[in-house]
Design a protein around this ligand. Structure first.
Ligand code: PMP
Length: 424
């Protein structure tokens, strides 16, 4: 099918005004979206797509309680954050209540990048150090400070001097690096004269290819990081807001107490709002050195959106649904893997699922097939992405409104898209 003229025209206008920095569009044939509801997106031609990809519309696209909260507050008042107003305070109180007791302070900002950037600034001030560690294909954001801990976007594969990376374990291939790799990274960093200020971890390793990390493994890394004097930043931009189906936050599955919890993407169901949750002693160290102020961070409309998301997660028992649907989905995928040798591994937690596409008969990543399957699914009205260093892992991370009803729609489309692939 050829791209219709208005879409091609819009794509050209987009390229012209956004220039070479424009984020590449998903799919060979870009999706020209018109509207969405729940787990379904409709394009400008009126075709519906099952959204198995987007974690930002956390409780479902256009959730009526979130849109109502946003418009109600927008009609009432929206302003900068130097006046007293109820929503931001209530939001911060609820976030603090959702975390371990030491995490008593909230800083509201506007994006995951900003949250991770601010956590970095606070970690540096509190420790007086300048070294950072992250996994070797992590993404933590776009500002200069956090692009430094985002190897996924390092163009030449090399990061700055003050950053080191470790390789997480890969149980599928039987490589159990992990702890040794972390220790070696720490030693390399210190040998270059950078004591570690902070360790960043996305509990689900979303950019590294999606993983269900063993709790005892993460506890060992956390212990080692603490012994080295580093602060721990639990980046919950992907794993937070119920994605795991266990608790609100992904780090809790490891039984660790981070020094920072950073939130973004799903927090406002698409409305830009983000946060750092940390300890007051850490914040005091920074405030002694410089001011922290965000004009929009925690504005009444954003705070109302974030509160509505938390309400929906509670009232609709979203965690229970995520746990249940995640299991249904992985079971169906494993059954499919029995019939399609291109599926090497199925893994994940809750509604964060990785489907690793390999050359049949081994474990060698097959990026070309993964990309073809992703585009084949799009052609069949199902949206997924790809992730991982080799780009061969299908990233299945739907809105948490996804239910058992949608699982067979996805599985049937994946079955057909895989069957379409030439034997390699
Ligand atoms: N951390 C993680 C784990 C992310 O996945 C992302 C975005 N992909 C960010 C931080 C940055 O968030 P944002 O794009 O909202 O700045």
């Amino acid at each position: 099918r050829r791209i219709e003229a208005p879409t091609a025209g819009l794509a050209r206008r987009r390229d012209a005004v956004f220039g070479p920095a424009a984020e590449p569009l998903s799919y060979r044939e870009p999706l020209h979206v018109a509207s969405a509801e729940g787990v379904w997106i409709t394009d400008v031609a009126g075709r519906r797509y099952l959204d198995c990809y987007n974690n930002v519309p956390c409780v479902g696209h256009a959730h009526p309680r979130v849109t109502a909260a946003i418009s109600r507050q927008a009609r009432r008042i929206n302003t900068h954050t130097r006046y007293l107003s109820e929503p931001a305070v209530e939001l911060a109180e609820r976030l603090v209540a959702s975390c371990p007791p030491g995490l008593d302070t909230v800083l509201l900002v506007n994006s995951g990048s900003e949250a991770n950037d601010l956590a970095w600034r606070l970690a540096r001030a509190a420790t007086g150090r300048d070294g950072a560690l992250c996994t070797d294909f992590a993404y933590h954001g776009l500002t200069e400070a956090v692009a430094a801990v985002s190897p996924e976007v390092w163009l030449d594969g090399r990061g700055p001097d003050h950053v080191e990376t470790w390789t997480p374990p890969d149980p599928y291939r039987g490589t159990a690096l992990g702890e040794e790799s972390f220790e070696a990274a720490l030693e390399r960093l210190m040998a270059r004269g950078h004591e570690p200020a902070a360790v960043y971890l996305d509990a689900l390793l979303t950019s590294d290819g999606v993983a269900d990390l063993a709790p005892e493994h993460v506890r060992a890394l956390h212990r080692r990081a603490k012994a080295a004097g580093a602060l721990w930043i639990a980046d919950e931009v992907q794993s937070g807001h119920g994605r795991t189906g266990e608790t609100l936050w992904g780090f809790s599955r490891f039984g660790i107490e981070p020094d920072f919890v950073t939130l973004g993407k799903p927090m406002g169901n698409g409305h830009p709002v983000a946060a750092v949750i940390t300890r007051s002693d850490i914040v005091r160290a920074t405030v002694g050195q410089s001011l922290i102020f965000s004009t929009f961070g925690g504005n009444p409309v954003s705070a109302a959106a974030a509160l509505a998301v938390l309400d929906v997660i509670d009232d609709e028992r979203v965690l229970d649904r995520v746990r249940h649907t995640g299991e249904t989905l992985r079971t169906a995928l494993r059954e499919l893997a029995g019939r399609h040798p291109a599926i090497g591994d199925v893994r994940g937690v809750g509604l964060a699922v990785g489907v690793e596409i390999v050359h049949p008969g081994g474990t060698q990543p097959d990026r070309a097939t993964a990309v073809n399957v992703r585009d084949g699914l799009r052609g069949r009205g199902v949206l997924v992405g790809t992730t991982g260093r080799a780009g061969n892992v299908l990233k299945v991370r739907p809105p948490l409104a996804f239910t058992d009803r949608e699982v067979p729609v996805f599985i049937d489309a994946l079955d057909a898209a895989l069957a379409d692939q030439p034997d390699r």
